[in-house]
Design a protein around this ligand. Sequence first.
Ligand code: RIB
Ligand code: CA
Length: 309
Amino acid sequence: MTEKRAIILDGDPGHDDAIAWMLAKASEKLEILAVTTVCGNQAVEKVSYNAQRICTLLGINAPIAKGKRTPLIAEPMNAPSVHGESGLDGPVLPEPSMPLSALGSVELMAQTIANSEKKVTIISTGPLTNSACLLLAHPELKEKIETISIMGGGIHFGNWTPAAEFNILVDPEAAKVVFESGVPILMCGLDVTEKALIMPEDFEAVRAVGGEVSQIIADWLEFFYRFHRDLGYEGAPMHDPCAVAVLIQPELFDLREMCVEIETGGEYCRGMTIGHNRAKPNATVAMGINREAFVKLLIDAVKTYKEAT
Ligand code: RIB
Ligand code: CA
């Protein structure tokens, strides 16, 4: 048994964040040291409450810390049209069984990394505000960060605007700090996540697993599917779970080394991630995925909760 990878889950749950966290908790390759939240899909108070409820449901026993109310510089931007007013609309969830940490997200990240005997991987499935603050406030911890695995960006297109993907667009200044930090970056952008589609038959297979967790996961998947179906998608793009799956089974992904630069100006292109090979690579970018094997990975993860009950 190889040593587990120590991780911090940093996100804005968010239906796909929740499914990513389910995948992380189920993996024998990962050890969750801490959970941190960031304003994105909804206000930081809402996503923090969602984080508490997700961790209660999944049995994630790690400290949970609330992030800043705003991005580094920009005004907050939320996505109620996608995830609802609560940020995690749909199935009823258990009330939190744990309080939030007295620390803020950046302080919890810093303390966790400083106290860890091994390097720590940050899995960021929301805007990069927390990671940027960590890198700016604690440069001495850079050498203890194994990788920052992100869901964010898109080399050839955006989703919130034609040029920009939501997580990067919410805080482009933070993304610039992270991509220019020298810390290894693993980027799952729209190029791969919009190929990681969950179809109706897939979330029905999740529902067929049985047990409380599988019903809630299936409800989250169906909620996310309905939003994307109405936009013309044939399935629900599993954006955030890709940032976890790529650490568990990298062989499922087509990975390319690139130099990725972040547009922070521009009237039409703010938040764009420009990937090229005209300078030293600063990121490993996922451009393709074995969808069927990815879906199997998700369903097998759900089954571990059935066995746990
Ligand atoms: O663009 C997709 C990303 O924005 C995902 O992380 C989703 O949860 C939202 O935060
Ligand atoms: Ca997210």
